[in-house]
Design a protein around this ligand. Sequence first.
Ligand code: FUL
Length: 473
Amino acid sequence: MKKIITAFAAGIIACSCANETYYEKTVRFPESATLEEKIDIAAHVVPTPEQLKWQSLELTAFLHFGMNTFTGNEWGDGTDSPELFNPSELDCRQWARVLKESGFRMAILTAKHHDGFCLWQTETTEYSVRNSPWKNGQGDVVREMSEACAEFGLEFGVYISPWDRNAECYGDSLAYNDLYVRQLTELLTGYGKISEVWFDGACGEGPNGKVQVYDWEAILATIKEHQPQAVTAIMGNDVRWVGNEGGLGRKTEWSVNAFGPVSEDGALEQREQLGLTEMSADMGSREVIAQAQQLYWYPSEVDVSIRPGWFYHAEQDSQVRSLNNLIDIYYQSVGRNSVLLLNIPPDRRGLLHENDVERLTEFKSALDEIFDRNLVEPLKKTWKAESSDSMVFDVNGEDMFGTFLISEDISKGQRVESFTVETLKDGEWELIAEGTTIGYRRLLRFEKTQAEQIRVTITSTRATANISAVGLY
Ligand code: FUL
């Protein structure tokens, strides 16, 4: 039976389950902790239920749509006339249907990008769909998309840029924080369930030359109040930016790491002290933990666009990423313990363009084909592995395979530091693949081969590993 207690001690939030103690989302090490104790604590940091649910979605779509779609910009300066926003046949049901059919589980819409133009009927600014010719100013893209997501069974999220190049009060910190919280509140209270709120990190100076100081405490509290199940990303405190926009996750990806969210007390100081940035290759190794005072469950999200731009530009119609490239990105993101956030920008008609739709259809078929049949018998129960434990799986000796899949039950933390995969052919074991971290999912690709058996060895783990799935495709 799982006994959960919540205890507060020196900033530690703990939950005791049977005889193990788990730390939800963050832990501060006792001053006296040895490295060995720190590693054991690291192995018991677990995601919140919301982070766990988010990770299991695997594929999220990003929809960059707004003023830039009509001006051809990537970043508007907030002066373009609302008159320009006029999709001729906007159909959010088409977006949701295509995304659902392509295997996506959530869609995040740019309700407001840096130009400040709001895609919903806001009371906070004149710079919105209300003053556009689209549907005589009566339209609401956020409403249409939230309803379409509900209809097609997708989670719905919003991108609301903190940086606002239209708002006159931007840079007057108190006034703008107030405006921003009101905008968020409208989105969080008027459009049903919101599952992710995406705050990007881009920021500039306001018209008065002042730099905006965001009130993250108030912003995050607003979300907790109205949509407690939503995760917050990037400048938020549940989901971390992977550090590039090229679709490349780390081979060694610790969801439990020393790179804390900006909103957490002491996190920025620790980043500075350990020299960590979003781009750091290593945020969670033993070497980093040895220097850290605090750890976080702060998993990575890989955001990348299917086209060169984040917004739709007709001249990029022929530059939709190739199928092979998308498959590589899948292996480099979902296959590297991350969620893939793939941007598919609707066009000026207000539709996902035919070229993108075709590529998404191919993407779905290709993944279905790769993962069609697991050649090893699935685990019947969690494999509890200590360092150097192996498990052997029968394979029929005839089928070709080139992908290995392994997962940890991350509800009990992320623990595995390294593992190997060997094949048995004609009485000889041969190493065909090896990896470091596993986490929610690790996929390894190798040259297609056959074998009578495969042997999986957990070569190093921080505590008993909880392997929940093994697959061979
Ligand atoms: C960045 C923005 O500046 C880009 O325009 C885009 O929205 C990307 C996803 O995030 O911070």
